[in-house]
Design a protein around this ligand. Structure first.
Ligand code: B12
Length: 268
């Protein structure tokens, strides 16, 4: 394979249908871009001192499937995307190791069970911060990283590499329009709707709902990412009109009937 390491990684991602890839220098975590900034022990260099660049990959969750959530369909999609993220990150790290650049992949989540999260709802590394620093998007009121392509309907993972690749610029334009749809739709009332840091979501309330849904095989919840108006995927799937989620709108009755059908099967 020819080209720079950046070009080779980008090509590998394109070949695997990974639409989002970004690069952030491990040093970018040392420059606060907002307060409170990432605690020192959560930064890449504190986790793996050899790291020079963090590579972030993102795979979307399809909007029409998210629209059925909570459901077995979204539950399975979530598992599929998680497996793809982990295996592709592993393969990218193996590729880099083979070229003489020590590299390690990170798990896309990094917790053992929802019970663990109820005691301590934080992972050892934040892919949201990594994706932000790799220029892939900006934070929304729903606490997600919103991307131009998929809004918040995209999952991330990261690879730490000792290759010096450089950084993509952090995105300047805010993608969240603060419509508060995510705040209104959250059944756990976990999203305060204020600006960061007052607006940090109630992780325990969110995790408790996730735990209840998991017992029914229909986790995760996904409602706060379903209603977000950001993302070109809304245009692709003809979903610019958020009234589609209003059960009183007669013209959208076939969609509500379809979602009700899907929700009725495969979970408790
Ligand atoms: C613990 C966890 C949960 C818990 C707790 C939820 C919660 N409210 O945080 C549970 C299981 C309930 C959960 C639920 C969900 N999660 Co979750 N979760 C995680 C996990 C494993 C760890 C997060 C963590 O502890 N990071 C470490 C701490 C230090 O950082 P942080 O939590 O990212 O928080 C910082 C930033 O968010 C930032 N920040 C927050 N708001 C703002 C606003 C501004 C303006 C700024 C500047 C910064 C900022 O500051 C926070 C503190 O430093 C990550 C995977 C990972 N390892 O990153 C996924 C992850 C965050 N979850 C994700 C998703 C998609 C969800 C759900 C939508 C479920 C779903 N899959 O459909 C919901 C949404 C909940 C919500 N609205 O917050 C994605 C987010 C993707 C994205 N586009 O942003 C991640 C990254 C998983 C992945 N691999 O893609 N999650």
């Amino acid at each position: 394979m020819s080209g720079t390491i950046r070009e080779q990684i980008s090509l590998k991602c394109a070949e695997q249908e990974i639409p989002l890839v970004g690069f952030a220098s491990a040093r970018s975590w040392d420059t606060p871009l907002f307060e409170p900034w990432v605690p020192p022990q959560f930064r890449p260099l504190a986790i793996w001192p050899e790291v020079k660049t963090v590579i972030v990959i993102g795979i979307p969750v399809s909007l029409p499937i998210v629209e059925t959530a909570p459901s077995i369909w979204y539950h399975e999609l979530y598992r599929t995307v998680n497996a793809l993220l982990d295996s592709n990150a592993f393969r990218i790290s193996t590729f880099l190791n083979g070229r003489g650049f020590p590299s390690v992949y990170l798990p896309r989540d990094g917790y053992g069970s929802i019970g663990v999260l109820l005691e301590k709802p934080v992972a050892f590394f934040s892919h949201r911060h990594a994706a932000y620093l790799a220029g892939l998007g900006t934070f929304g009121i729903n606490n997600m990283l919103l991307t131009p392509q998929f809004g918040p309907r995209v999952r991330f993972t990261s690879i730490f590499t000792s290759a010096e690749i450089g950084s993509d610029p952090v995105m300047e334009e805010e993608l969240c329009i603060k419509c508060m749809q995510c705040v209104d739709v959250c059944p756990a009332k976990a999203i305060p709707g204020a600006d960061y840091p007052d607006g940090i979501s109630d992780k325990i309330a969110c995790a408790k709902r996730s735990e209840a849904l998991l017992k029914r095989f229909i986790s995760p919840c996904g409602l706060c990412i379903k209603v977000c108006p950001a993302g070109e995927d809304r245009t692709l799937f003809h979903r610019e009109d958020l009234d589609i989620y209003d059960e009183d709108k007669k013209e959208y009755a076939p969609y509500h009937s379809a979602w009700k059908h899907v929700k009725s099967y495969g979970g408790r």
